[in-house]
Design a protein around this ligand. Structure first.
Ligand code: ADP
Ligand code: MG
Length: 298
């Protein structure tokens, strides 16, 4: 396309709330036939509600919430915001030190609780296991059946021992169903790629119209990158849409990286395009805009 046409396309994009990093990006959309979508905060609102807290051992529900809420306070992950928000609603948060987060896994932190420093870990089963916490088969099964209810479930460990489970509910964005139908009409295949567990991913996919064979769950940030690379090696042009730190590498690798404006700065820096409204309807709009821009000069 001519520089003028591309510039016109970019400025039309910004009017529509689609920020395009460089005009050349519009050309890379030409080859795209597959749209890989992150789940939390991309297909779903990322405004999770805490559905239930299940304490284990001698722990009480409010203690699990207070400890997990404090440990998650420094995290910008949507799950962390929900847990910390719920904990704050029940009282002020304990102070936290030595916070570290593992993208696509969870967090660890030292929380000062009743004047004592306690080591906490919050995250998915594999994260707790990596942190040296023992998770019994019975607990894994309980987590699995909660996930089959569509609940994103994370675990809390205190001083290396399990203290409770926290179950969160997320919903697809309002426009997810029509937007994905629109993408299919444009000849694109939507794929769901998430670090969350398979049962939760399948439940969301079913609600928004993504085929079960196009769902990849339990995927680490490095594996998200590999999945994009694999699709490209299979001859596909890949658009990747995401919002998290865990998506950044895949966004950079994709032929077209699209970040949600509500997401992390890291994701927006890695992407070619940012959707300011963080909606899904902007995806087919962006594809149409690119196609129209490129046809202009043919
Ligand atoms: P998605 O791909 O859906 O955006 P992530 O890759 O960010 O999800 O996270 C995958 C899983 O890792 C989450 O479902 C959760 O179990 C766990 N996890 C990630 N970050 C956190 C956190 N800050 N606190 C607790 N669990 C987390
Ligand atoms: Mg996400």
């Amino acid at each position: 396309a001519t520089p003028t046409a591309l510039l016109a396309g970019t400025s039309r994009g910004s009017q529509l709330g689609i920020l395009i990093r460089s005009a050349q990006v519009l050309e890379s959309t030409q080859t795209v036939d597959t749209v890989v979508l992150d789940k939390t905060g991309t297909v779903t609102t990322g405004e999770l509600t805490l559905d239930r807290v299940l304490p284990l051992g001698d722990w009480a529900e409010y203690q699990v919430l207070q400890l997990a809420g404090a440990a998650e306070a420094p995290s910008e992950h949507p799950l962390a915001r929900a847990i910390t928000g719920a904990a704050r609603a029940h009282g002020s948060l304990a102070s936290v030190d030595d916070f570290e987060s593992v993208a696509g896994g969870g967090v660890r932190a030292t929380v000062t609780y009743h004047g004592q420093p306690v080591r906490t870990v919050v995250g998915q089963v594999s994260h707790l296991v990596n942190e040296g916490v023992e998770v019994s088969d019975a607990i894994s099964q309980q987590v699995h059946s909660l996930q089959e209810e569509g609940l994103t479930t994370v675990l809390l460990a205190v001083e290396g021992h399990l203290a409770g489970l926290l179950c969160l509910q997320d919903s697809p964005k309002d426009d997810a169903v029509p937007a994905l139908a629109e993408l299919k009409k444009l000849g694109l295949t939507p794929v769901l790629l998430t670090g969350d567990a398979a049962p939760v991913a399948r439940a969301v996919a079913a609600r928004v119209g993504i085929d079960p064979e196009h769902v990849f769950a339990g995927v680490s940030p490095a594996d998200k990158l590999d999945k994009v690379t694999q699709l490209q090696a299979g001859g596909h042009g890949v658009a990747m849409v995401g919002d998290g730190v865990n998506d950044a590498a895949a966004l950079a690798k994709a032929d077209l990286g699209v970040a949600m404006g509500s997401g992390t700065d890291v994701a927006m820096e890695a992407a070619d395009m940012t959707i300011m409204r963080s909606d899904l309807a902007s995806l087919p709009t962006a594809i149409r805009l690119s196609r129209a821009t490129l046809n202009l000069i043919k």
